[in-house]
Design a protein around this ligand. Structure first.
Ligand code: GDP
Length: 458
């Protein structure tokens, strides 16, 4: 699309690699490439066939610095929807920077983070939901997150949201017809039909809103705190989950003083995991800070894993930890650890004190029971990641909540027998919220927020 400057960036990750790709996009992309790429066949790149790979020399200040392959994509059939050239060169750190310099010297401006995808959105190549899914795909750190960001999955979500929006627009149309021509039977829906349609729209919205718990667990991770008295096995569990020796495991009580945080996949879900200082009353000032931080983290956590050492008698510290769990808003799981050693007490001692209890050996036992429990707690068994419409962004979730609120008000107005136009403004607001969701009427601020998460070159 014309109107935008021609921009370029390295689209592959920095570092050494077999191949790197430099992308040029904009109305002058072909002219820019002609100035710095000389095909070996002697003809300018701009006369090559579209999508044909052309071998040639890459020139900086008139001298060849590398050879590579260039491919032209003509608007609108490119990722951005604009004329685009992609140049593949050798993937060294310096050489890719030099090739980019050559492109910039030939007249392109440097692309900002996410600019190619932003242009794709502005040129109608992508919906906002697609763009968010691409952002998630770049950040995906589990197989489930990749499936959730897949084209199939986002098509399902787009279709579900578009369907709700279209039906709400149809309802609105019928509504206006009745307001403008009350004596003529112009509306498509009777009152009873309108009420039924509003109810069905609300339940469709509810299903999408409920799916956010799964989407978030898959994409962003569940804020998780591992707590317990010193030597209970917190660091051991943390390391098993993270899969490497990220925290120091020792036999000396009180060695974990800083809170480490990592996002790790556990089956279908992601845990945003904090390994925290052992909870106990202490006079060591450094350790005391750690204990305070743990208490704060526990307040914000969605999942608290309280590790208890079953090989030793329960202590005052264990009982006071268990007592403090009940006041938290989080799901609390007591992990009766060291099940490989003879038990000093039985897990039934915890009955009524926590919502879930698991017995395992963090050191060498299988973590499957923990995975199964967490998956069942944070994903709905009815939803299949990659197959169902699952909401995974806070923006979509907020939009759906707002649409639901307005449609509920419209339903209330109908049921209370208020004049037709009382409901009209609520339905209109719901359409606004749904339109913003589908990217049909969206503020610049929202667009900027989404694309700021992308890296340069995407
Ligand atoms: P933290 O202070 O709660 O972080 O405890 P650590 O993870 O540092 O573990 C304290 C000690 O208990 C270490 O010697 C671990 O090897 C040991 N430990 C942890 N989990 C188990 C377990 O399941 N079985 C046995 N036998 N020892 C464990």
């Amino acid at each position: 699309m014309s109107g935008y400057t021609t921009v370029a960036a390295i689209s592959t990750p920095p570092g050494k690699g077999g191949v790197a790709v430099i992308r040029i996009s904009g109305a002058d992309a072909f002219a820019v490439a002609d100035r710095m790429f000389k095909p070996k066949n002697g003809r300018p790149l701009s006369v090559s066939r579209i999508r044909e790979q052309v071998w040639g020399d890459i020139l900086l200040d008139g001298s060849p610095i590398d050879d590579g392959l260039a491919t032209r994509f003509a608007a609108p059939h490119s990722y951005t929807g604009e004329d685009t050239v992609e140049i593949s060169c050798h993937g060294g750190f310096l050489i890719t920077k030099m090739v980019l310099s050559a492109v910039l010297a030939a007249g392109a401006a440097p692309a900002t983070a996410g600019e190619f995808t932003r242009r794709a959105f502005l040129n109608g190549k992508l919906s906002l939901t697609d763009a968010e899914a691409i952002g998630n795909l770049l950040e995906a750190s589990s197989a489930a997150a990749v499936r959730l960001a897949s084209a199939r999955s986002r098509d399902k979500l787009s279709a579900a949201m578009d369907g709700i929006r279209e039906d709400t627009v149809a309802l609105m149309g019928s509504h206006f017809a009745r307001i403008d021509y009350p004596d003529e039977d112009l509306g498509d829906f009777t009152d009873a039909e309108t009420v039924a349609l509003l109810r069905s729209l609300l339940s469709r919205l509810d299903a999408l809103i409920d799916s956010y718990r799964t989407g978030r667990a898959v994409n962003e991770g569940i804020a998780t705190v591992i707590c317990g008295k010193p030597n209970a096995g917190k660091s051991t569990l943390y390391n098993r989950l993270v899969g490497e020796d990220a925290a120091i495991v020792t036999d000396i009580a009180g060695t974990t003083r800083d809170i480490l945080e990592r996002t790790v996949p556990l089956g279908q879900v992601l845990l945003r995991l904090s390994d925290t200082a052992g909870i106990r009353e202490t006079s060591d000032p450094v350790e005391r800070i750690g204990v305070e931080k743990t208490r704060e983290k526990m307040k914000d956590a969605e999942l608290v894993l309280a590790v208890l050492d079953t090989s030793r008698p329960m202590t005052e510290e264990d009982t006071s930890l268990l007592a403090s769990l009940s006041s938290l808003g989080a799901v609390t799981v007591a992990i009766c650890n060291k099940s490989d050693l003879p038990a000093a007490w039985d897990a039934s001692a915890l009955d009524g004190k926590v919502t879930h209890t698991l017995t395992l050996s963090a050191k060498d036992g299988a973590l499957t029971p923990l995975r199964t429990l967490v998956e069942s707690l944070f994903t709905s068994g009815e939803l299949t990641v990659g197959e169902d419409a699952i909401v995974s962004s806070a923006r979509q979730h907020a939009g759906l909540l707002s649409a639901r609120e307005h449609l509920s008000l419209a339903l209330e107005a109908y049921l209370a027998g208020l004049p037709t136009d009382a409901a009209a403004s609520d339905i209109e607001r719901a359409i606004g919220a749904l339109g913003a969701l589908c990217g049909k009427s969206v503020s610049e601020a929202v667009v900027s927020d989404i694309f700021s998460r992308f890296c340069v070159g995407k």
